[in-house]
Design a protein around this ligand. Sequence first.
Ligand SMILES: Nc1ncnc2c1ncn2[C@@H]1O[C@H](COP(=O)(O)OP(=O)(O)O)[C@@H](O)[C@H]1O
Ligand SMILES: N[C@@H](CC(=O)OP(=O)(O)O)C(=O)O
Length: 539
Amino acid sequence: MSTTSLYSLNSGWIVQKFGGTSVGKFANEITLNIVKKYNESNRVAVVCSARSTQTKSEGTTTRLLLASELAIDDKEEEFKQTLKLIKDDHIKNAENLITNLEIREKLINDTIYEIDYIEKLLDACCIIGEISSKSLDNIMSCGEKLSCLFMTALLNNNGINSHYINLSNIVNEMDYDNDDHLSNNEKSLDPLFYKKLAKRISIEILKLDDNVVPVLTGFFGPVPGGLLNSVGRGYTDLCAAIIAVGLSANELQIWKEVDGIFTADPRKVKFARLLKSVTPDEAAELTYYGSEVIHPFTMEQVINARIPIRIKNVMNPNGEGTIIYPDNISKKGEQTPPHPPVSLDKLPSDYFNKQKMKIPTAVTAKNDIAVVNIHSNKKTLSHGFLANVFSILDKHKTVVDLISTSEVHVSMAVSYFKDQRKSFLKVIEDLKKFGGVDVTYDLSIVSLVGIHMKQLIGTAGAMFKILADEQINIEMISQGANEINISCVISKENVIKALNALHDNLLLHPFRNNKYSLSFTNDSMALDHRIEDLKLSSN
Ligand SMILES: Nc1ncnc2c1ncn2[C@@H]1O[C@H](COP(=O)(O)OP(=O)(O)O)[C@@H](O)[C@H]1O
Ligand SMILES: N[C@@H](CC(=O)OP(=O)(O)O)C(=O)O
């Protein structure tokens, strides 16, 4: 039994989460350059997503979901073929990377066992022609099981003593009193549920000897309502967060293939810069609006437990990465927040010069957007009209990214993927009951995100002026209700141009000739924790 105290300030634990593509492409590097190294001075818990060879869309989870769809459609040969692809891929991987023959043979046998089990499950789905959310979770869990069986084998193969922990049954084994007053959706987000889950998982981990690295499946379903339905893809971030809370970890590390969070997607904006830190709200906005930083459900519990999250790069383990943490709450072990309020006479002499650094944090874009305009047929009063529109959206579980309304008109930006055309058209048909509907396709949302935008006057004006100067037409405008996001919808062809122009003019050189007349509110007094980082760029 481990002697680590669960609630000590320095628990010694670091939780490391690795995404599917990282496991697919950098498994040896992860074991030798990351886990082994951190394990020398900390206790490390490893959490992995299902393996992807190149991209998430070609990964194991996507293939498992495809196999399930094929089974429901009675396409037996096709679903078996898809499972065979998964099996062959994992066996080939084991043969390539596991040199110890005994470990390799066991891994291959375990892999075959897991896939055969899924095949039996899907055979049954094929016969009955449907699948419950619980069965779908069960099928999805296979991806994380295979990936973690492999990572455990590789760690042991490379001399790091490790132990596989399968969390796919943990909810069933838990003493969780289902409150029947809560809907499934509420249950799946209930903080008490996650608190109990965290405790339950930590008990499993603390059974291990101190010198053993636990490798935990990033799948922890079936949660109430099903993991896919209630949490959605990317659930491994949340799983790692729960584990970090359970262990009262010193840090939750999310390892990606990018150095951290940048001022814009570095693939699209050449001069994007790495941010030292962002707040959880900013990270959530960036994720919602196209920069896949971290699953938005991840933050709340970790931050409540005062555990910082660090985004790091598997290809550059020595880089500092980006810390996600609020700038007004102290971290574990600290007495006071990092930047307590400062009285005017204590401000550094160059404080007001530094004020100009309070600019937006990042710019981001979300593609595959359609704008739906509904003009009321005026047979209902405005509140009735809006209620009707929202009830249709609820019925079809349509997520609205942006909305702007008047009494008789609603414009909504929604995600639209061509392979979901049939279900999208059903929503449009239903909406037509309440008025005229038109749809514009092939659009993108461009958003400026930053906590300091609250104190910066003229950002929205500058944003739209910059886009106008670039001859970019704006289809729809929305100022986020939380004041840290200003978004607009533009044609998808203009996205790269828009991102670069906004980044250049508002993030790199916001005060160049004060071309866009930006200024600050009088109450913008808090010191900026990013100041050093931004100083370089605003000259
Ligand atoms: N502001 C941003 N900062 C960092 N990465 C971003 C940003 N916006 C978009 N991205 C993109 O998000 C991707 C996230 O990295 P990746 O390791 O591929 O994710 P995952 O681990 O979720 O598969 C990168 O490819 C990067 O180009
Ligand atoms: N396998 C899941 C879980 C996950 O979290 O993936 P990733 O960490 O690679 O985003 C998915 O593909 O959604």
